[in-house]
Design a binder for this molecule. Structure first.
Ligand code: MN
Length: 252
């Protein structure tokens, strides 16, 4: 009898930023201790709190993350990236430096005999019409080209203003306050023909089961919170999908 192997790990919403060094340390530990033992690693969005463009690759904080991801891919782990609502400006230069593959969403893949749909989750929060309009704008290639043509410092100032404005407009809330809608989820199950969805974004970690359909929601990370938040999802060679807490403990 052979032990099941870990085929893939899913993680999202680390919101990495220099001002939260303990989250970055936790991510480094996750990469070294967990991702190295898997065949594949899927980053499902908002790895970074924000990303102003690939010309910001050289920032020391970004270099440390890139180096750690590179070590994982150099060890033979296939690393994949789905953009979040905060780091959708990550491009090919980042992907090459980190040794990972950028995926469009939804991404449908077969792992351990299971057909799985992967998304960040923001596109399914369709009740937030203001956000959906914003998303359509910033995901437009022409808009992105124009934005990326601005000097890096100006882009960072605009992003800081947007984050400030979003805080002011919604009190302490952010886009993550919204949840996915049942209609968008059903539509995604139908469109992809899969019975399993894994996503993040909403910061509402859970397993939602309806009939034979399962939707796994990843947690966001804040290891300095009380209690600390974080975790990931794994799938093994027998097709078993497991939710893990911030220290790797298995969640029911
Ligand atoms: Mn998000």
């Amino acid at each position: 009898m052979t032990m099941p192997r870990t085929l893939a790990l899913f993680i999202s919403d680390l919101h990495l930023q220099p001002s939260h060094p303990h989250n970055a340390e936790a991510f480094h530990r996750f990469l070294a201790e967990r991702a190295m033992g898997s065949q594949a690693l899927y980053l499902l969005g908002d790895l970074f709190e924000y990303w102003a463009g690939d010309d910001d690759l050289d920032a020391p904080f970004h270099q440390s993350i890139i180096k750690a991801l590179r070590a994982v891919s150099d060890a033979g782990v296939a690393v994949y990236w789905i953009a979040g609502n905060r780091d959708f400006l990550v491009g090919q230069a980042f992907a090459e430096a980190a040794g990972l593959t950028l995926l469009p969403e939804p991404h449908v893949t077969d792992i351990g005999g299971q057909r799985i749909t992967l998304v960040h989750g923001d596109a399914e929060c369709t009740a937030d019409t203001r956000y959906m309009e914003f998303r359509a704008q910033v995901r437009n290639p022409a808009w992105q080209q124009q934005f990326l043509a601005m000097p890096l410092a100006q882009r960072k100032a605009i992003i800081a203003g947007l984050r400030e404005g979003s805080r002011e407009a919604q009190g302490a809330k952010s886009y993550e306050i919204m949840d996915v809608t049942p209609d968008a989820v059903s539509e995604l199950f139908e469109r992809t023909g899969s019975d399993i969805i894994v996503h993040g974004h909403t910061h509402r970690p859970a397993l939602h089961q309806q009939g034979n359909r399962r939707r796994f929601v990843l947690p966001d990370w804040e290891v300095d919170a009380e209690p600390p938040r974080g975790g990931w999802i794994s799938i093994d060679s027998k097709g078993a999908i497991t939710r893990h807490g911030v220290n790797g403990e298995i969640l029911s």
